[in-house]
Every structure is written in structure tokens, then in C-alpha cells.
Ligand binder design. Structure first.
Ligand SMILES: Cc1cc2nc3c(=O)[nH]c(=O)nc-3n(C[C@H](O)[C@H](O)[C@H](O)COP(=O)(O)O)c2cc1C
Length: 192
């Protein structure tokens, strides 16, 4: 199959789509949708998010140096979209979307109760790149709904009905697993 060259696009797809909560110095809270998010380091655990300077969230996060990544479920797709097309400058999205905010464990930004996973992050570095600034942040605490964790401590993200974003559309993630980490080189257990 021949391929067409797409010039100048960041075509990495699909990406996780998350709700980022933040607060400002007067404890006003906001939530916005982010697709440019990723793991940046294992030890220390770090993530990156890319934010346009004109966002209200940019202002809040830069002022308090922290934010929370809230991982939404497929039933929240409409809310996720809304928080990505309306600014907290014009509307209180937390109230409008009926979100319940909870005090976070380690950062001043609140967490969203409705999301099964909340990842609390503290900014370490801000790198201006162009349209977006890249915020590099260390994870200080992660909260996971207990019903997703099995008796061996494994988190079953596949049971959380998570969603992703791909080329302008939202999709559910997870079907049947294709294999475990390292399965390509794993030796078959010999039958006794
Ligand atoms: C699916 C989706 C992904 C988005 N990803 C980003 C992103 O990675 N960075 C960003 O700055 N804005 C992103 N946006 C846009 C912001 O969420 C949007 O401008 C929002 O209204 C900003 O809200 P605020 O002004 O209350 O902070 C995204 C929007 C959508 C719908």
C-alpha cells in the first residue's frame, strides 16, 4: 500500500484524553480537557502536558505550580468535550458539568470524584515550544478506585471504560488484550 506524506502535523494517534483540574491563588477551581499528555519518566514518576498560554488553566497552573490529571470514562464523553470547547473565563465548568470536587492528597488543585483515577502533579519545568508550552511535572500521589484493583494489587484499567481521542473524535479503549509485556520473547511453560 502506498503512503501519502502529511506535512507538519503532529499525527501521533490515538492519545489519552484527560480532564485537568487546577486552582488559582484565591482557590478558584477550573477544569479543562487535554489531549497532549504523556508519561515522561518512570523514576521519578513524571508526566508532561502541553498547554496554550491563552487558556485560563495555563494561568492557574503557572501560578500554583500544580494540577491533577483526572482520567474520564466513556459515559463522560460529552462533559470531556464541553470542558475542551468552553473556557472557565466564561462559565464555571465544574458546576455546569455537575462535577464533584474533592480535596487532593498532596496538591492544592482539586480532584474530580467522578473520575476513577486522579494523578496529582507538581510542576518542575515549563518549556515554551511554540503554540503550546510543555509542562513537565512530577507525580506526587495517585488515587485509584478500589474496585479496579485485584487482590494482587494489579490495576485493571480495562475495567474502567476509559476513552481516548483520535484525529478529532472520541473512542472507547480496550478490547481483548493482545499479549502481556514481554510475551514476544516469553518461553512457553513446559507441561509436566
Ligand atoms: C479533545 C480535546 C483536547 C484538547 N487538548 C488540549 C491540549 O492538549 N492543550 C491545550 O492547551 N488545549 C487543549 N484543548 C483545548 C482546551 O481544552 C480548551 O481551549 C478549553 O476551553 C480551555 O479551557 P480554560 O480556558 O478553562 O482553561 C483540547 C480540547 C479538546 C476538545
Amino acid at each position: 500500500m502506498s503512503k501519502t506524506i502529511f506535512k507538519g502535523s503532529a499525527l501521533l494517534n490515538p492519545v489519552p484524553v484527560v480532564l485537568i483540574t487546577s486552582s488559582n491563588k484565591d482557590s478558584l477551581c477550573n477544569v479543562f480537557t487535554v489531549g497532549w499528555v504523556g508519561i515522561a519518566c518512570t523514576r521519578p514518576p513524571m508526566v508532561s502536558i502541553a498547554i496554550r498560554p491563552e487558556r485560563l488553566s495555563y494561568e492557574y497552573i503557572k501560578a500554583t505550580k500544580n494540577f491533577v490529571i483526572n482520567i474520564p470514562t466513556i459515559d463522560m464523553a460529552k462533559k470531556v468535550d464541553f470542558c475542551g470547547v468552553r473556557s472557565g473565563r466564561d462559565i464555571n465548568k465544574i458546576e455546569a458539568m455537575d462535577f464533584t470536587i474533592e480535596k487532593s492528597k498532596k496538591v492544592s488543585a482539586p480532584s474530580l470524584k467522578e473520575c476513577p483515577i486522579n494523578i496529582e502533579c507538581e510542576i518542575k519545568q515549563i518549556i515554551p515550544l511554540g503554540s503550546h508550552d510543555l509542562f513537565l511535572a512530577q507525580i506526587l500521589s495517585s488515587s485509584v478506585e478500589e474496585n479496579l484493583i485485584d487482590k494482587n494489587g494489579k490495576i485493571h484499567f480495562e475495567k474502567a471504560n476509559l476513552m481516548c481521542y483520535s484525529h478529532g473524535e472520541y473512542f472507547p479503549v480496550f478490547n481483548k488484550p493482545l499479549g502481556k509485556f514481554g510475551f514476544s520473547v516469553q518461553k512457553k511453560k513446559s507441561k509436566k
